[in-house]
Design a protein around this ligand. Structure first.
Ligand code: NDP
Length: 288
């Protein structure tokens, strides 16, 4: 059978299950295997084929998708199996460096790795909202692309295996830090009895306008020039000082505003007070 009509999925957590259901909905012959075999049962009832062993799962499809907790699980499952000629599409999350090491480990065993980072929660897999970052050999991506497209819009980022996980982590960096900032601001207002619901429209407006600052910031960062005519480090740094002071007065957690103030302190100490706020990038891009 061709790659377009047959795929193997190893790992049947919420994400792996969503992938299998998506493939089945498109009429793809889908072989599954999971360490805890019982997790395959509902999928078998829906039309998936359960392999009795990893070896069988590998032998049935040339393209093998991994949806596991991390890359260590890949080694736990694949070490000692016959991998020559296999295409491993690892859609598990881990560090970018772990993707590079996995590419080398698989190459030593005659297999090739395409790395992916799924950018939506499991229930959205296979919907128009889904997109997935990929990296690794371009020819491999192009060969697998027709079947991977079923999971979500494929976004190929380059040959370095680390790139998919770098983009994945970068997106979650923005996401998690923004959510913590929102929760911190909510706690600041809660200290004066303001409800989260009362703050919600203001926070929503703030999130909605934030992206409008990015074009100018990205241009400044890429050019390494930070005109400070609009919002200087000195002005924004004073604001960071005030947020930390307000948080201290409110008796709430200081870690997040303390980290932001530290960026401004170091930029000011480096003589960047008159530059634009995006020059904090020069401070942030190196470990303190
Ligand atoms: P789970 O942790 O629920 O499932 C992980 C799978 O990995 C299970 O099949 C589990 O097997 C298997 N596994 C873990 N460790 C081992 C091991 N040492 N040996 C063999 N199998 C192992 O994760 P999800 O399904 O939620 O997610 C899978 C990947 O997708 C993760 O990397 C996650 O970060 C990523 N992801 C998930 C999203 C989501 O919405 N769930 C969203 C975006 C990305 P067993 O059943 O036996 O425990």
């Amino acid at each position: 059978m061709s790659r377009e009509t047959h795929v193997t999925v190893l790992g049947l957590g919420p994400m792996g299950q969503a992938m299998v259901r998506t493939f089945l909905a498109h009429g793809i012959h889908t072989t599954v295997w999971n360490r805890t075999a019982s997790r395959a049962e509902p999928l078998v009832a829906e039309g998936a084929h359960r392999a009795e062993s990893v070896e069988e799962a590998l032998s049935i499809s040339e393209t093998v998708i991994l949806s596991l907790t991390d890359y260590q699980a890949m080694y736990d499952i694949l070490d000692g199996t016959g991998l020559a000629g296999r295409v491993i599409v690892n859609l598990s999350s881990d560090t970018p460096q772990s993707s590079r090491e996995a590419a080398d480990w698989l190459a030593e065993r005659g297999a090739r790795l395409l790395v992916g980072g799924v950018m939506v929660p499991a229930p959205l897999v296979g919907t128009d909202a889904a997109y997935v970052f990929y990296s690794g050999p371009r020819d491999l991506f192009e060969t697998c692309e027709p079947i991977l497209r079923l999971l979500g819009k494929p976004d190929y980022r380059g040959a370095d295996p680390a790139l998919a996980q770098l983009f994945y982590q970068a997106q979650l960096d923005v996401f998690l830090t923004s959510l913590s900032a929102y929760l911190h601001a909510t706690a600041l207002l809660a200290s004066a009895g303001v409800s989260a619901e009362a703050f919600r429209p203001y926070a929503a407006d703030n999130f909605d306008t934030l992206s409008s600052y990015l074009a100018e910031a990205a241009q400044a960062i890429d050019q390494g020039r930070y005109p400070g005519d609009k919002a200087s480090v000195a002005m924004m740094g004073a604001t960071a000082d005030h947020i930390l002071g307000a948080s201290r007065d409110a008796g709430i957690d200081l870690a997040l505003p303390g980290a932001v103030k530290d960026h401004y302190d170091r930029a000011r100490a480096a003589g960047r007070g008159k530059e634009g706020w995006a020059s904090l990038f020069e401070v942030i891009k190196r470990s303190a």
